[in-house]
Design a protein around this ligand. Structure first.
Ligand SMILES: Cc1cc2nc3c(=O)[nH]c(=O)nc-3n(C[C@H](O)[C@H](O)[C@H](O)COP(=O)(O)OP(=O)(O)OC[C@H]3O[C@@H](n4cnc5c(N)ncnc54)[C@H](O)[C@@H]3O)c2cc1C
Length: 226
C-alpha cells in the first residue's frame, strides 16, 4: 500500500482576463460597454458583489483536478452547479498490475503520525489491502472489491465550476465546521483565487487557524505535464 498526501492541479487561468470577461458580459445590462478601461472591472465587480448581482460571475469557469480521499468527493459532489468526473471504484481494480497491485491511501491531516490512533488507522488499511488483493486474485470484480474500500482511499477527480459556484463552494467548504480533509485541499485553492481575483474572492472568509503546513500542494495543470 502507498500512503500519499493530497494534491490539487489547477487550470492555468488568467485571473485578470476572467474578471475582464465578466465585466464585458455584465456591462450589457447597463449598455455601458463604452466605460470599459484598463481597470474598470475592479469597481464594477465589487459593486455587483456588494449588491448580490452575482449571476454575472457565471460567465467564466475554472477546472481543477484533485487527488484526495474518497470522503472529499463524497461531500463536494453535493454541489449541484459543479461538474465532476470521478475515478471509478467500479472500473479500477487496484489489485491489477496497472495499479501496481496496491491501493493508495491519503494520509489523514487530522490524525498525527506516530500516535496510537495513527497506528490503528494504518494497520486497518493494511488489513483491507491484503483482503482486497486476495479477493482480486480470486477473481472478484471491482464492483465486489469496492465494498471494502474505506474513506481514506485515494481517488482522482476532475471538477469544473463557474466562478459564482466556486465562490459559494469555497465559502462553505473552507470554514471551520467543514471536514479537515476538505479544508486541506480547498483553503490553498481559495488563497490562490484571492491572489489572482481579489475583487471577487476577497470577501470569502476561511478557517485561518487551519495549520499552513498541512495545506495540500497546488500545481498548475501545465506544470504537471512537464
Ligand atoms: C458543514 C457542512 C455539513 C453538512 N452536513 C451534511 C449532512 O450531515 N448531511 C447531508 O445530507 N448534507 C450535509 N451537507 C451538505 C449540504 O446540505 C449541501 O447539500 C451541500 O453543502 C451543497 O450546498 P448547496 O446546496 O448550498 O450548494 P449547491 O448545490 O452548490 O447550490 C448552490 C446554491 O444554489 C441554490 N440551489 C441549488 N439547488 C437548488 C434547489 N434545488 N432549490 C433551491 N435552490 C437551489 C442554493 O442557493 C444553493 O446554496 C453539509 C454541508 C456542510 C458545508
Amino acid at each position: 500500500m502507498k500512503l500519499i498526501d493530497p494534491v490539487v492541479f489547477v487550470q492555468d487561468y488568467d485571473g485578470i482576463q476572467i474578471m475582464k470577461n465578466i465585466e464585458r458580459a455584465c456591462r450589457v445590462c447597463y449598455r455601458s460597454e463604452g466605460n470599459i478601461t484598463e481597470d474598470s472591472y475592479k469597481k464594477l465587480l465589487k459593486n455587483c458583489i456588494n449588491r448580490g448581482h452575482e449571476s454575472v460571475l457565471e460567465h467564466e469557469k475554472i477546472s481543477v483536478r484533485i487527488i484526495a480521499d474518497i470522503g472529499t468527493y463524497k461531500d463536494l459532489t453535493r454541489h449541484r452547479h459543479a461538474s465532476f468526473s470521478v475515478e471509478s471504484t467500479r472500473y479500477c481494480n487496484y489489485g491489477k498490475d496497472k495499479f501496481g497491485n496496491e491501493i493508495k491511501f491519503i494520509k489523514p491531516c487530522h490524525i498525527e503520525e506516530e500516535t496510537e490512533l495513527y497506528k490503528i488507522w494504518e494497520k486497518s488499511l493494511k488489513d483491507i489491502e491484503k483482503a482486497y488483493v486476495k479477493m482480486s486474485d480470486m477473481g472478484a470484480l471491482p464492483d465486489q472489491l469496492r465494498m471494502i474500500l474505506p474513506h481514506s482511499t485515494a481517488a482522482e477527480y476532475a471538477m469544473t465550476a463557474n466562478i459564482r459556484e466556486w465562490k459559494h463552494i469555497l465559502s462553505l467548504r473552507t470554514a471551520k465546521m467543514t471536514h479537515p480533509s476538505i479544508r486541506q485541499i480547498l483553503i490553498p485553492l481559495l488563497l490562490k483565487f484571492k491572489e489572482d481575483m481579489p475583487e471577487i474572492f476577497d470577501s470569502v472568509e476561511y478557517d485561518e487557524e487551519f495549520p499552513k503546513e498541512k495545506y495540500a500542494k497546488l500545481y498548475l495543470m501545465s506544470e504537471e505535464d512537464q
